[in-house]
Design a binder for this molecule. Structure first.
Ligand code: FEO
Ligand code: CA
Ligand code: CA
Length: 626
């Protein structure tokens, strides 16, 4: 990678290049870290100073692993290092839709050498498929799916090797290929495919007009050059994970939005909040060179209109999406909904950056099937998680009283508010999954090489211990919590670790992972996560795929299935080299599983430019798969 080419960096590394975090080497952190290791090695699983973090995963026997017995209807597969998808014996997969496939008949067919033209770029399937959900609308099956970001080199294969757009047209093409797609899909004799020209088909891009709703709508902080009243935004950006509401709408989550903004004034002094959110003078894509909207020296509040959860009605292609400000602004991963016993709506949300926080929203109103749901996500309270070392935890309310910030300010700058109340800095919260079968939720903490080493972007320390038990955490873990009184709206909970990823072939300390990690199922960097209707937890990875050093034996990124009761985890799918496996949903009859393959290397799904693709997976006997 050349110095000028930032396109291949992780988002966190890119942020830290611009805003280096201070090193922290306090002696007590080192002591804490060693205590954690001893606790783990003793077999008593006393993580930190407490002893309550007894996940079933940590206690489970390894002897039954990798047999494919019991809960698992498949024989686990080995790692792969090649350029294709592998699934277990008795299953098959096909490509359903790839970057550049037309959604409308007036779009040009994909060109394997040159990619997509500007003219067709908002009429085709976008790049980098990520979170998705399937909705049944009458007798139609409609998938809403995110297009997280654009690989500049792939989309502009003949130009601009530095990863930046070289012209206004380049920038527009990239903007059109990101955002969200809503597509009708159907299963025919040749398998699954998109219904071209379906009235449900829709692209929502970086330029689609979106309403801003909830307590921060109309705030001075959201007034921009394009809307001096602060009640609309242009576009949705860096759409990562997703969620679905009980009333059948799609939640798309804006993650690393900061990278799209820059400044043509190189002497501009950034605000502390811009620094906290990683909004920099040099944008990752160079958009600011072609459109003042992306230039914070000209339109300083424009980045404040990004970083939200956006609700989209997939059944109504003419509906205007809504940015729900009550859910807070940060680098949203996904949005996992639960219903409290009294009918209030709970939305769990991770902020994916090293040392940032885990949040939940609890609505004031209650969900009544068939009732008015139009403002349920506009009124309520935002909370942030504090995990104690003794295995308990609390949700801390973010209000004007607890933070000293105005209501609009604490939502627009939720990170700042959460720092004020002393939330737990986490190892990069990725997807949250809510169990349909028990009152429990899980969050993938993907990795954090700064744990115990550096503060977060707000200066909050990242001590080793408790829910984040390993210094320089390169493998990640999955935390699970049980809300008090079996009520997702309750402010107390208990927690344990479902799994700590690791490499038992390379390490014999805490970096070997928990006992449900073996040579036969090891992985790193859990990210996407869903629990199916049978209660199996599906874990997708976005980690180091070089299969060497600390990651030897893990191969390409993959998808595994875990049994919440026993902790057993088995590998179900391996992706092509270079990819991240992200996004998962099921057909209405649960006989097909749709899995996202994001940013594969050359060779997938075939010759020519590599293409992000949704694959459809079935059993050969057409039995259910989830
Ligand atoms: Fe877009 Fe945190 O993954
Ligand atoms: Ca992710
Ligand atoms: Ca990730």
């Amino acid at each position: 990678m050349q110095d000028s080419d930032t396109s291949a960096m992780s988002w966190d590394d890119w942020d830290e290049t611009n805003d280096p975090r201070p090193e922290a080497t306090e002696f007590d952190r080192v002591v804490e870290a060693s205590l954690s290791r001893r606790g783990f090695l003793s077999g008593l699983v006393a993580i930190g100073s407490g002893a309550a973090a007894l996940g079933t995963g940590l206690l489970s026997s390894t002897s039954a692993q990798a047999q494919g017995a019991g809960r698992f209807a498949f024989k686990p597969i080995p790692i792969s290092t090649d350029a294709t998808v592998h699934v277990p014996e008795g299953y098959n997969w096909q490509s359903m839709i790839s970057w550049g496939d037309p959604l409308f008949s007036d779009a040009e067919a994909f060109d394997p050498e040159n990619g997509v033209t500007l003219a067709s770029s908002d009429r085709v399937f976008g790049e980098n498929t990520d979170g998705m959900e399937l909705f049944v609308v009458g007798n139609h099956q409609v998938i809403a799916v995110n297009h997280e970001y654009a690989n500049t080199k792939t989309n502009l294969p003949k130009t601009h090797a530095d990863g930046k757009a070289g012209s206004a047209d380049d920038a527009q093409l990239l903007r059109n290929l990101q955002g969200v797609a809503v597509i009708e899909v159907t299963e025919g004799e040749d398998g699954w495919g998109v219904v071209v020209d379906s009235p449900f088909n829709r692209r929502i891009t970086h330029d689609t007009v979106i309403n801003i709703t909830g307590p921060a709508a109309g705030s001075d902080l959201l007034k921009t050059v394009s809307d001096a009243t602060g009640v609309t935004a242009r576009g949705t950006m860096n759409n990562c994970g997703a969620g679905r509401t009980p009333w059948g709408t799609y939640l798309t989550c804006e993650e690393n939005f900061n990278g799209y903004f820059g400044s043509t004034d190189e002497a501009l002094e950034r605000t502390p909040e811009q620094v906290r959110y990683g909004v920099n003078l040099k944008g990752r894509y160079g958009y600011e060179n072609f459109d003042e909207r992306f230039d914070i020296s000209k339109d300083p509040n424009e980045p404040n209109t990004q970083g939200w959860v956006v609700e989209i009605d997939p059944a109504n292609p003419d509906s205007v999406p809504n940015k729900r400000t009550a859910l807070g602004r940060f680098k949203h991963e996904n949005a996992a909904c639960a219903i409290a016993p009294d009918g209030r709506v709970v939305v769990y949300m991770g902020d994916d950056e090293r040392g940032e926080f885990l949040y939940k929203f609890v609505s004031d109103g209650v969900y009544v099937p068939g009732g008015d749901t139009s403002s349920l996500l506009d009124n309520g309270t935002l909370y942030v998680a504090k995990f104690l070392e003794n295995g308990s935890g609390q949700w801390l309310a973010l209000t004007p009283e607890t933070t000293g910030m105005a209501q609009d300010e604490l939502l627009v700058f939720a990170r700042v508010a959460a720092s004020k109340v002393g939330a737990t800095t986490m190892d990069r919260p990725e997807w949250v999954a809510v169990s349909p079968n028990e009152i429990a939720a899980y969050c993938a903490l993907t990795n954090n090489k700064n744990r115990g080493i550096k503060a977060n972007a707000g200066g909050d320390e990242t001590p080793v211990g408790g829910v984040n038990p390993r210094a320089e955490n390169k493998y990640g873990q999955i935390v699970r919590w049980y809300p008090a009184n079996e009520n997702h709206a309750d402010l107390a909970f208990t927690w344990d670790l479902y799994v700590m990823a690791g490499n038992p072939e390379k390490h014999d300390d805490i970096y070997a992972g928990s006992r449900n990690v073996t040579a036969g199922n090891m992985f790193n960097s859990p990210d996407g996560m869903m629990i199916d209707s049978t209660g199996l937890i599906w874990i997708q990875t976005d980690g180091d795929y070089k299969n060497e050093g600390d990651f030897e034996g893990m191969g390409n990124n993959q998808m595994l299935a875990g049994d919440p009761a026993t902790g057993e985890i088995n590998r179900f799918l391996t992706g092509p080299f270079g990819c991240e496996v992200t996004g998962l949903c099921w057909s209405a009859d649960k006989r097909t599983m749709f899995v996202g393959i994001q940013h594969p290397a050359a060779g997938f799904p075939g010759e020519g430019l590599p293409r992000s693709t949704i694959v459809a997976i079935k059993r050969d006997d057409n039995a259910r798969v989830g």
